[in-house]
Every structure is written in C-alpha cells, then in structure tokens.
Write a protein that binds this ligand. Structure first.
Ligand SMILES: [Fe+2]
Length: 260
C-alpha cells in the first residue's frame, strides 16, 4: 500500500518528534503492508515552513537510516501546503514540493472555511498543470455543512483525500459521518493516514480499506488503492466505480444545502 499523507519526518512539525518516533512509525507502516509513503510536513500553516530543499535533504537522510535499520520502506517527498496568499509565488521560488515529484500537490484548507479566492487559485494551478489534492475535506466546517461546495472545487480541478481516522471515528461522530457521506457521494479520490504518531495517531490504512470494502464494495477499495499508486506514478486517477448512492439520492444529497 501507498500512503500519500504522513508526518513521519522527525522534528519538523507536530508529527514525529525524534528518530525513535520515525522508526516506530516506519516499522508500524511496514507491518500494515505500506511499502511507500510520502512525507508531507506542514508548510506555511502559521507554525511551520519546511522549505522544499530542507524536506528533500531530510527525507534522503531518513531513507538512508531506514536502509541501515533494515526497514523496507521508501519515503518520498511532499508537503502539506496550507492555502495562503503567497502560494503561487512560493511555487515559482521553488519552495514547494509536489507529491513524489508528480504533478499532484497536497493542499490544506483552513479548518473553518473555504478561502474566498480558492476558485482563482485552482484556475492558476490548472494553467500550471499542477493537480491539487485537498487534504481531509471532511474536517473543514464549511464543507461538512455544504458538501456541494467540495463538488464545485472538484469541478474546477481539485481532488480530495479523506483521512483514515475520520472514517474510523477517531475525530468524533460528526466527522465520521461527513467522511462517509463524501466517500459515498464520489467526492473523495484518495484515502491516507495523515499519521503523526504511532500510538496517538497511527496509520490504520489497512483497517480503513477493509471497512471501505465492507461498506462500499471491492471496486471502491480498488479505486482508492489504485489512485494512491497513480500519485506515485504521476498518472491520471482511474474512473470512479458506480456510486453507492443512486443518482437520485445523490442529487437530493447535494441539493439539500441551498447555495447562498
Ligand atoms: Fe497532515
């Protein structure tokens, strides 16, 4: 399995704090069947910067240590980039990283709302052939209230990643419900862990895929598994399986929240 959103690099953000934390996470990942993960330290979220060159150098060093320890895990590079005014300029200055050198980037919205110039940002990224994946939209208050707004962002060229802990109830019932609704509405393209710490917030990726298979069927499990592979291989995502909601139910679900 491939995990495209993790905080495994030590001492750079609120994820792993030291090499032992990183090693614990890496060993737990291998036990779950994860072979490749993308390190996505926070960028420009108000607390952390983690410039591209620093992340690349750090990941190179950690990969070497994992080889020495005999842990069969490859760490590719990325960032979890907070949407901010300087994003496009930071991209031009080469301070940002795509996911595993692909055309995909992982972007994070503020937790309360969708920034007002989001459409413009998506338009610019589109022109630059950069494919933004929105991290955990199920944890954005505006999207939970108005899921059709995520559908609009997707129509404008965004993709979306749900977090395993949201699906498995780790952030409470409301976020769990939102996560499953978005998945069943076909508004989610990728599942990943956003792992921070082996005990407090580990991977649970295998468990999440198992529950997806039980609730939504094997084609959806395969769709999500395959899309994670597509990020690493820099390929377009595969086409969606039939929605587990009928078209009528889906339309009613999306139209339940009036536009304003
Ligand atoms: Fe994250």
């Amino acid at each position: 399995m491939i995990d495209i959103h993790t905080h495994i690099l030590p001492g750079v953000d609120d994820g792993a704090q030291c090499w032992e934390d990183t090693l614990d996470l890496a060993r737990a990942a291998v036990l779950e069947g994860i072979t490749t993960m993308i390190a996505t330290p926070h960028h420009a979220n108000g607390a952390y910067i983690n410039r591209a060159d620093e992340v690349v150098e750090h990941a190179r060093h950690i990969n070497e240590r994992l080889v020495t320890e005999g842990v069969p895990l490859t760490i590719a590079t990325g960032q979890e980039i907070r949407v901010h005014d300087d994003l496009l300029d930071a991209w031009s200055r080469k301070e940002l990283l795509s996911l595993a050198d692909s055309h995909y980037v992982l972007i994070e919205l503020p937790s309360s709302r969708i920034p007002k110039d989001m459409d413009e940002l998506l338009h610019e990224l589109n022109i630059m052939r950069v494919k933004p994946i929105i991290a955990h939209p199920e944890r954005n208050a505006e999207i939970v209230k108005h899921p059709e707004r995520l559908a609009e962002l997707i129509e404008r060229g965004a993709w979306a990643q749900v977090t395993t802990h949201s699906l498995l109830g780790g952030f409470g019932r409301r976020i769990e419900k939102a996560a499953w609704s978005l998945c069943r509405s076909g508004l989610i393209h990728i599942v990943s862990s956003d792992a921070h710490h082996v005990e407090r917030r580990g991977f649970r990726l295998r468990q999440a895929y198992d529950v997806i298979r039980e609730r939504m069927g094997e084609p959806w499990e395969n769709y999500f598994l395959n899309n994670a592979q597509c990020v690493i291989e820099d390929k377009p995502f595969s086409s969606k399986p039939e929605s587990t909601y009928s078209e009528g139910v889906l339309r009613r679900f999306l139209s339940y929240f009036p536009h304003n």
